[in-house]
Ligand binder design. Structure first.
Ligand SMILES: CC(C)(COP(=O)(O)OP(=O)(O)OC[C@H]1O[C@@H](n2cnc3c(N)ncnc32)[C@H](O)[C@@H]1OP(=O)(O)O)[C@@H](O)C(=O)NCCC(=O)NCCS
Length: 139
């Protein structure tokens, strides 16, 4: 799970490889400190190579998890890091009572859809993909 010391590296990963613009590091502090967020990080070679965030969201009385900010540094892709980080973050939010997961991919390209299918996101709802808990390959 991300800690305060990870914030500069995480902001750099987001800025360079997720958003293509600077990411303000101070925005991460309340997220990392929140009980309703799980920010998973995989550190390799002294940098944060991959990260995924899941947070607890509400639809009426229903609780579900939103997966977001999934990114791996290009030098470390196809090593299973984003999958592992995503599963770790989602598992944490399931322990808070989420009954399913949603994600809004930043594109519908086949590689990204294949990645999310591997996490159990089989149903498409407009711009969102949905995963039932039974479909997610939790360890
Ligand atoms: C999408 C992304 C996070 C995947 O990260 P990753 O660490 O390389 O993913 P993993 O290694 O955990 O992939 C797990 C599985 O997902 C599938 N997958 C991942 N990337 C894929 C691609 N480009 N094409 C096809 N399948 C892919 C594969 O089945 C892969 O398993 P395999 O390598 O054994 O075949 C990474 O490509 C990335 O950072 N992209 C830019 C940021 C982005 O678009 N994030 C999504 C925001 S919605």
């Amino acid at each position: 799970m991300a800690e305060a010391k990870d914030i500069p590296n995480l902001a750099e990963l987001y800025g360079q490889h997720l958003l293509s613009r600077c990411f303000e590091p101070s925005l991460l502090r309340p997220i990392i400190d929140s009980d309703n967020y799980a920010v998973a990080v995989a550190a390799l070679d002294g940098i944060i190579a991959s990260s995924a965030t899941c947070y607890l969201a509400y639809a009426g009385s229903e609780k579900f998890g939103m997966l977001e900010n999934v990114v791996t540094h290009p030098s470390y892709r196809r090593m299973g890091l984003a999958k592992e980080a995503s599963l770790f973050a989602m598992k944490h939010i399931v322990s808070k009572g989420a009954t399913h997961m949603q994600v809004m991919p930043n594109s519908m390209n086949e590689g990204l859809l294949a990645f999310y299918r591997g996490l159990g996101f089989h149903d498409r709802l407009g711009a969102y993909l949905r995963a039932e808990l039974s479909a997610i390959p939790f360890a």
